[in-house]
Design a protein. Structure first.
Length: 202
């Protein structure tokens, strides 16, 4: 055999190493899309298992000591950071120093991590009172805030904020006394009770 046949030609390209069996680089995990708008009560309705699964889908860490209310808070903060418009509707519990927090009838108005803070300036602007049902748009917590804040008031007692008018206080209302007799007895019911009330308390 010719010795020249055993040497590599100078212009011949060296064989490229094969990557068969080598691990391919892992693709970055794709997070699920977030909604454009979200009502916080949608999260309040979910069970602990549903909230945990939702949080894991978005890559949030769930500590064993967290309650379902802490998970709701973390999810809301996550959605706000991703640009979702989050809305909340609750009953105002006003504080003595102005402002207050929106509490949830679903949870018997208890103090919870996902309660929404209403600034004193908003309370004065719309003259809202303790016990008003208020719908707001949320914002991310600022600096060292440990609560969800209100960006703007959307509606008060079901009335758009722009159309809301401060109602008169109960003590300042004019009492209206009856000026004619109300007869309870009628032929449709034929009830002795209504006849008795008409006779004893006309």
């Amino acid at each position: 055999m010719d010795e020249s046949t055993l040497t590599t030609a100078p212009n011949e390209a060296a064989p490229k190493p094969t990557t068969e069996g080598a691990d391919a680089p892992a693709e970055p995990r794709k997070l699920p899309l977030v909604p454009d708008e979200l009502e916080i009560d949608e999260l309040n309705r979910e069970t602990l298992l549903q909230l945990t699964e939702r949080a894991q889908q978005h890559g949030l860490r769930i500590n064993a000591d967290k309650t379902r209310h802490h998970i709701v808070f973390d999810l809301v903060r996550y959605y706000l950071s991703r640009g979702t418009k989050v809305f909340a509707e609750g009953v105002l519990e006003a504080s003595n120093n102005g402002g207050g927090y929106l509490r949830w009838p679903r949870f018997n108005f208890k103090q919870l991590p996902q309660d929404v803070y209403l600034a004193p300036a908003m309370e004065r602007q719309f003259a809202v009172r303790n016990g008003n049902l208020i719908k707001v748009r949320l914002r991310l917590p600022r600096d060292r805030e440990k609560f969800l804040g209100s960006e703007e008031i959307i509606a008060i007692e079901g009335v758009p904020a722009a159309e809301w008018r401060e109602p008169k206080e109960f003590e300042k209302l004019t009492a209206m006394h009856p000026n004619e007799r109300i007869v309870l007895e009628n032929m449709q019911l034929k009830s002795i009770t209504s006849r008795f009330i008409d006779l004893t308390a006309p």
